[in-house]
Design a protein around this ligand. Structure first.
Ligand code: PEP
Ligand code: MG
Length: 767
C-alpha cells in the first residue's frame, strides 16, 4: 500500500513537472504501464470540435496510430467509458458488444481491458486505458490505482491542454502554429458586464512564475538589461560571501561558488541570452529558463540535486528583481482597452491601470466574493475570477473578450464574436444611460414604501461615484482598503485625513465605518498572517482586540475625523461572542474619554455590529440589546452557513446567496432585531442584486447598502414594483427548496414585472 502510494506520488510529481501536453501524456502512459506491469497503456482525449476520442499517447499500441485513430462516444469500449463516465473492467474486451476492431493500433492481440474516465471539473476529458495479452479481470487494487492516478492527473492534463492551445511568444519554444480562434476558458462570474480588449499581465514584484512572455522590442537593449542585472547579482553574491567568510565552513562557503557557476555564460546566462535573441524580453526569457531548470532538478531522485531547484529559483528571483528595478515605471504603456490579467488579482492591483483605459479584469485564482471582485463590482469593471486553466503568462498583448456575467474569457476572438459582444456593450451603455435619470428620484415603491439605499465604499473613487448615483448614506466603509495600499500602518493623523474625506463628502448623511477587518483574503503586506484556514482564523475583530494599540488609534482617528459632522457610526466585523462587543465598546468609550480629556469636542457615536458568523445569528437579539444597530454581512454569512470558501473557485457553484437556508437566516435576523426596535441593515453583495434587494426589503431590512455601481438598478427595481408584490415574491420564494430554482424564479419575476433589463443579457457563446 505504502509502496503504491509512493509510486502514485512520484508519477503525479513527475507528470506535473512536464513542460507540455505531449510530454504530460507520454510520461503518464509510460509510468503507468511500468507501475502496473501491463502490456499497454493509452490515453484518448475528447476533441471538443469533432467530439471524438482521439488516441493521444500510447505505450504498447502502434505509435503510428497516435493522433490518427479516433472513436465517437458511441463507438468502442473506450467510447462507452467516456459516455458512462465510469470505469469498465473486462476479462476479454473483444467479446464485448461495443467492441470495435481498430486494425491500425494492433490491439487485437490484447484481451484484458480496464478503462477509466479522466474527469476534470465534472467534465469527461478523455479515457485512460490499460490492456493485457491474457484473459483476466484487473483486480480491485489495480482498478483503484488507475482511478486514483486518473483523478489526480485530470487537472494536470486539463491545464496542459489549455496551455498548449496558446503558443508562447516568438517561436523559440516550439511555437509558430496559428492561434485557434475563440479559445474559451471558463471561470467564475466576478463583476457583471462584458469587455473587448487587449491583455496586460500584472505581476507582483519578484514573482518569477507570474512573469508573462512579451516580444522584445529591442533585443540588444534586453540583452544589455540582462547583463546589468546579472552583474548586480554577481556582486551581491560576492558581497554576501565576503561578509560570511569568517562564519562559514569551507564546504558551506562552496555554495556561493555553485551559485556563481550557475550564472555563467555556459549555464543560465547563456540560455537566457539565447531566448532573448529568439524574441522574448529579458524577464520572460529568464522565467522560461529558470522554469526548465527547476523542473529538471525537482524530478531528480537524488535529494541533494533536488534541493538545487530552490537555488535556481532563488537566483532567478534575484535577477528578476534587478530587471524590474531597472525597468522603472515610466516604461509601462497600457493599451486603450486594457484587460488586466493576474495570477491572483489583489485589491491593490486595481489601481494599476488608469481608469480610462481599464475595461476588464481577470484573475486565475479567487472567486466571485473575493474582495478583489467586490471592489471590481463597485468600480463597475467587468471581471472574471478563478479562470484556473488560463495560461496567463502567454497572453500579454493578445486580444481577449471577457464575459463577466459567466466568468468566461475568449482568447484570440474572431471578428464575429467581437461584434456580438460589442453589441452587448452598446445595449449595456444604453441601459446605464437610462438609469442615470433616476439619480434624484426617491427609491420608492409604487405603493409608497420608501427604501433607503446606501453604499459600500473603500476606494477613494467610491465617494464621488456614490454621490453621483444618489446614495443616501454609507452602510459600510471598508477601512482596511486604504491600509492595504501602504507600506506600514497609517498613523492616526493619516487615518484622520482619509476618514474625514468620506465623512465630509457625505455629511449630513450617515457614514458607517467598519473597524479594521483584515485576515481571510485581506492581508497587509507589512502585517502578514499565514494560516492554514484564514477564513476560520485570526480575522476582523479577533485581530484588533488582540492589538488594542491598532484599534485605539483607528477609533481615535474616526472620532476626530467626525468632529463637526456628527455623522459617524462605528461597526464591528466578525463578532461571535458577547465579550467581543463588551471589550470593543470599552475601548471606544476609552477613546472618547481620552479625546474629551484632550479638550476635543467628540461624542460617542452609534456603535453596531455585523452579523456574519452563524453563532451571531442565534444571539442577534441579545447583541441587539447591547448595540445601536445591526448590519448583516451576507457575504461571510453565506460562506459560513454553507461551509463554502468564498475565495475558492472550485466550490464557486455551491456559494449560493439564494440557498433556502441563507434566506431563512436573513429573514430570521431581521425579525429578531426588530423585536428589539433597533435598526437592521444589510451590506453584503446580495443587496446589490435587484432581485435580492426586493426580497430583503420584504424581509423588513431598514437599509440596503450596496456597491454604488448597482444602486441605480436596485432603485429602478424598487420603483418598478410595489411592497405588496415584493411580499408576495418573498412568501413564494420562502417555500422553495432549491437555490437555482429560486434564482431563476426571481429572474423570471423581474421580467414579468417589466424589469427584464435589470437581469443579465442574452450572451453569445453560451452552451
Ligand atoms: C460581508 O461579509 O458580507 C461583508 C459586507 O464584509 P466583507 O465582504 O468585507 O467581508
Ligand atoms: Mg465580511
Amino acid at each position: 500500500m505504502a509502496a503504491m502510494l509512493n509510486v502514485l506520488r512520484k508519477i503525479v510529481q513527475e507528470v506535473s513537472a512536464a513542460p507540455d501536453l505531449e510530454s504530460v501524456l507520454d510520461l503518464t502512459v509510460r509510468r503507468i504501464q511500468r507501475a502496473m506491469h501491463t502490456q499497454v497503456c493509452s490515453i484518448y482525449l475528447l476533441d471538443t470540435i469533432s467530439q471524438r476520442y482521439v488516441l493521444m499517447a500510447t505505450q504498447g499500441l502502434n505509435p503510428e496510430s497516435v493522433g490518427v485513430v479516433s472513436l465517437s462516444p458511441t463507438e468502442g469500449v473506450v467510447g462507452l467509458v467516456g459516455q458512462r463516465a465510469e470505469p469498465i473492467n473486462l476479462e476479454d474486451a473483444s467479446v464485448h458488444p461495443s467492441y470495435i476492431y481498430l486494425q491500425s493500433t494492433g490491439e487485437e492481440r490484447y484481451h484484458a481491458f480496464l478503462g477509466v474516465p479522466i474527469i476534470h471539473q465534472g467534465e469527461v476529458l478523455g479515457v485512460l486505458v490499460v490492456q493485457q495479452f491474457e484473459r483476466r479481470r484487473f483486480d480491485e487494487s489495480e482498478e483503484a490505482f488507475l482511478i486514483t492516478v486518473s483523478a489526480q492527473l485530470a487537472g494536470v492534463i486539463a491545464h496542459a491542454e489549455a496551455t498548449g492551445s496558446i503558443q508562447p511568444v516568438g517561436n523559440h519554444s516550439g511555437g509558430g502554429a496559428p492561434l485557434p480562434e475563440d479559445r474559451r476558458f471558463s471561470g467564475v462570474a466576478g463583476a457583471p458586464g462584458v469587455a473587448v480588449g487587449q491583455v496586460f499581465v500584472a505581476t507582483l514584484p519578484a514573482d518569477l512564475e507570474g512573469v508573462p512572455d512579451k516580444p522584445a522590442r529591442d533585443i540588444d537593449l534586453e540583452l544589455e538589461k540582462f547583463t546589468t542585472a546579472l552583474e548586480a547579482v554577481r556582486n551581491e553574491i560576492r558581497e554576501v560571501s565576503r561578509m560570511l567568510a569568517q562564519r562559514l565552513r569551507s564546504d558551506e562557503q562552496a555554495l556561493f561558488d555553485v551559485y556563481m557557476r550557475m550564472l555563467e555564460d555556459n549555464a543560465l546566462a547563456g540560455q537566457v541570452a539565447e531566448r532573448i535573441r529568439a524574441g522574448n524580453w529579458a524577464q520572460g526569457a529568464l522565467r522560461e529558463v529558470v522554469d526548465e531548470h527547476v523542473r529538471q532538478f525537482s524530478s531528480m531522485e537524488d535529494p541533494y540535486l533536488r534541493e538545487r531547484a530552490t537555488d535556481i529559483r532563488d537566483l532567478g528571483r534575484r535577477v528578476l528583481s534587478h530587471l524590474q528595478e531597472n525597468a522603472g515605471s515610466g516604461e509601462v504603456e497600457f493599451p486603450d482597452n486594457t484587460i488586466l490579467v493576474a495570477d491572483d488579482l489583489s485589491p491593490t492591483m486595481l489601481g494599476l491601470v488608469p481608469e480610462d483605459k481599464l475595461v476588464g479584469l481577470v484573475s486565475v485564482s479567487g472567486s466571485g466574493n473575493s474582495h478583489a471582485a467586490i471592489l471590481a463590482r463597485s468600480m463597475g469593471i467587468p471581471t472574471a475570477m478563478g479562470v484556473v486553466d488560463l495560461p496567463f503568462t502567454r497572453l500579454e498583448g493578445r486580444d481577449m473578450i471577457l464575459d463577466g456575467y459567466t466568468g468566461r474569457v475568449y482568447v484570440n476572438p474572431s471578428e464575429d464574436l467581437k461584434n456580438a459582444f460589442r453589441e452587448i456593450l452598446r445595449e449595456e451603455q444604453m441601459i446605464a444611460a437610462g438609469l442615470e435619470t433616476l439619480k434624484d428620484l426617491p427609491a420608492q415603491t409604487t405603493d409608497g414604501y420608501r427604501m433607503p439605499l446606501w453604499v459600500n465604499t473603500g476606494l477613494v473613487s467610491d465617494v464621488e461615484r456614490s454621490l453621483e448615483r444618489g446614495a443616501e448614506g454609507i452602510g459600510l466603509y471598508r477601512t482596511e482598503i486604504p491600509f492595504m495600499t501602504r507600506d506600514f500602518f497609517p498613523s492616526e493623523q493619516e487615518q484622520l485625513k482619509i476618514y474625514r474625506r468620506q465623512l465630509e463628502a457625505f455629511a449630513p448623511r450617515p457614514v458607517t465605518m467598519r473597524t479594521l477587518d483584515i485576515g481571510g483574503d485581506k492581508s497587509l503586506p507589512y502585517f502578514p498572517i499565514e494560516e492554514e484556514n484564514p477564513f476560520l482564523g485570526w480575522r476582523g475583530i479577533r485581530v484588533t482586540l488582540d492589538h488594542p494599540e491598532i484599534f485605539l488609534v483607528q477609533v481615535r482617528a474616526m472620532l476626530r475625523a467626525a468632529q463637526g459632522f456628527n455623522n459617524l457610526r462605528i461597526m464591528l466585523p466578525m463578532v461571535t461572542s458577547m465579550h467581543e462587543i463588551e471589550e470593543a465598546s470599552a475601548q471606544i468609550d476609552r477613546a472618547v474619554r481620552e479625546l474629551q480629556e484632550e479638550g476635543l469636542d467628540v461624542e460617542r457615536p452609534p456603535v453596531g455590529i455585523m452579523v456574519e458568523v452563524p453563532a451571531a445569528v442565534y444571539l442577534t437579539r441579545r447583541f441587539a440589546r447591547k448595540v445601536d444597530f445591526i448590519s448583516v454581512g451576507s457575504n461571510d454569512l453565506t460562506q459560513y452557513l454553507l461551509a463554502v470558501d468564498r475565495n475558492n473557485p472550485r466550490v464557486a457553484d455551491l456559494y449560493a446567496p439564494y440557498h433556502p437556508a441563507v434566506l431563512k437566516v436573513l429573514h430570521f435576523v431581521a425579525q429578531e432585531v426588530r423585536k428589539e426596535h433597533k435598526p437592521v441593515s444589510i451590506c453584503g453583495e446580495m443587496a446589490s442584486d435587484p432581485g435580492g434587494a426586493l426580497l430583503l426589503m420584504a424581509m423588513g431590512y431598514d437599509v440596503l447598502s450596496m456597491n454604488s455601481n448597482n444602486l441605480p438598478k436596485v432603485k429602478s427595481a424598487i420603483r418598478g414594483t410595489s411592497l405588496a408584490k415584493a411580499n408576495a415574491l418573498l412568501q413564494r420564494v420562502m417555500r422553495m427548496d432549491d437555490a437555482d430554482a429560486i434564482h431563476q424564479y426571481l429572474r423570471a419575476s423581474l421580467k414579468s414585472m417589466g424589469l427584464g433589463n435589470l437581469t443579465r443579457p442574452a450572451l453569445p457563446g453560451r452552451d
